[in-house]
Design a protein around this ligand. Sequence first.
Ligand code: NAD
Ligand code: SER
Length: 320
Amino acid sequence: MAKEKVLVIGASGQIGVELTQALRKIYGNANVVASDLREQNELLKGTGPYVSLDVMNKEMLHVQVIRQNITQIYLLAAILSATGEKNPHLAWHLNMQGLLNVLDIAREEKLQKVYWPSSIAVFGPTSPRKLCPQRTIIEPSTVYGISKYAGEFWCNYFYGRYGVDVRSIRYPGLISYKSSPGGGTTDYAVEIFTEAIENGSYTCFLREDTFLPMMYMPDAIRATIELMEAPASKISVRTSYNVSGLSFSPREISEEIKKHIPSFSTVYAPDYRQAIADSWPQSIDDSVARQDWGWQHEYDLPRMTAEMLSNLGKTDSLLV
Ligand code: NAD
Ligand code: SER
């Protein structure tokens, strides 16, 4: 097998840190180059190569790909849903141009593979609310969702027209403790843990009955790697795959945290993010991913909650 050299763009972000760690285990520390606009995350320091890189600077990106003999790119740099609504033009510009820069270079340099994540945000108010299927009505109402939907079809186009082996997952909201989330609507489900531990209470920016598709980060990293390692013959979707993990509301996750911290309380003060959440499905049908490359999630809400609290510094002695 030819030696792989991987470039992770946006490696200091919520997914980037853990994905870089996982890729370094597979390919070796020296063969996974982390890059970001931001400085290197503390958890990655000393574990492998890092370059400061702006994905919008196509020439610099191209130089790095050639200089480092890159064979695969994981593109994670993006502006997420909530931040995107504050600056729609910037979100569109970064989310689209960053992807096009990577796809062009992948085509020119004949890279082995590209990974680019989409999101459940591609779905809109007219999509089915429950068990939203792989193929359905897709009319996103956020600039983030519009950029993800357009991006999915750019991936499909580069695969069909130029043979670029680009693969994608529509991640649900991701919950993790290693690196902070970067401005999404599902960020409440991370904040609630840190606030529970630090303050014993949380003011949630969504209504208590707002169900959204969610996933614990270890499942998301495993899904990404399993998709990227699957034989090309197993990949029938070249836009982006639905994958499902959990579906819960702020009230349900609060109740689960209370099993560990009985005094924990949540108040609800919905803001502009409520409208974004209301436009998304509550749960996702991922049967195509299951059939094509054997996807199966592992974490349920109780297990994820226990791990999050434990990893953020709580001990089992608080269990009631
Ligand atoms: P994040 O905001 O935590 O990380 C993005 C990283 O990209 C940041 O470290 C940022 O500094 C970097 N970046 C921004 N502009 C850049 C530029 N011009 N050049 C290089 N780096 C730049 O985001 P994340 O949560 O890790 O998300 C990664 C990808 O996964 C995004 O495409 C996002 O849409 C997608 N996604 C995330 C979630 C989630 O819940 N986290 C859910 C669905 C999809
Ligand atoms: N977690 C992301 C967001 O809320 C979903 O793509 O923006």
